[in-house]
Design a protein around this ligand. Structure first.
Ligand SMILES: [Zn+2]
Ligand SMILES: [Zn+2]
Length: 200
């Protein structure tokens, strides 16, 4: 679900990555783009061969994932980039996407899928990256070092946030009120000056 108005974004076809979300009106750094909503499913029961090889699944708990409504445009359409202009923020157990830097009209909104390091569990790895960033690593999998940095940061955050109630088969309900921007955190700060590198 988008939390920015429709005049800020549009769905457009990309060259190699299928559909994507593009900026229509300038989005300031820190602005919350949307909440990753959808049906709560058991991750273990999901067939990873389905739609985009499971890349639409969003982590909720160690057993549960969010499966978005693919018939409606939503923030699940943000493509992966090695130097994304959006990042994720956990708010009361929900995954919000926010703008990491100022995003200008015409730019594609991108996020890191934060995939765990590549190992033998990813058979015939379908996660080659085509983000066209000059810092592209060629894969959506993070290196061990970067993944650990991110996990440590997330785990610290997790201890401070509530986990939402998990009811399998039901849609994760949206909150009545959302913040407009994310609180400042040192890990994001260095990006706010328009520096396009990764926070991790
Ligand atoms: Zn892979
Ligand atoms: Zn890339």
């Amino acid at each position: 679900m988008f939390l920015i108005k429709e005049d800020f974004w549009q769905v457009m076809a990309t060259k190699e990555k299928g559909l994507g979300i593009f900026c229509k009106k300038e989005i300031k750094a820190g602005i919350i783009i949307g909440d990753y909503l959808g049906k709560v499913i058991k991750t273990a029961r999901y067939n990873l061969e389905n739609d985009k090889k499971g890349l639409y699944l969003m982590y909720l708990t160690d057993q549960a994932s969010i499966y978005p409504n693919l018939k409606k445009p939503g923030i699940h359409l943000l493509n992966h980039s090695c130097t994304p202009n959006c990042w994720i923020y956990t708010f009361r157990g929900h995954t919000l996407f926010f703008a990491l830097i100022k995003i200008k009209p015409g730019e594609e909104l991108t996020i890191s899928y934060l995939l765990s390091p590549k190992d033998e569990t990813c058979k015939n790895c379908p996660h080659d990256c085509k983000c066209e960033s000059k810092f592209c690593t060629g894969t959506m999998h993070l290196s061990k070092l970067r993944y650990e940095k991110w996990q440590n940061f997330q785990n610290k955050k997790k201890r401070k946030t509530k986990t939402p109630k998990v009811i399998f088969g039901k849609n994760l309900p949206k909150f009545a009120v959302y913040p407009n921007t994310i609180p400042l955190d040192p890990i994001y700060n260095k990006l706010r000056g328009g520096h396009r590198s990764n926070p991790i």
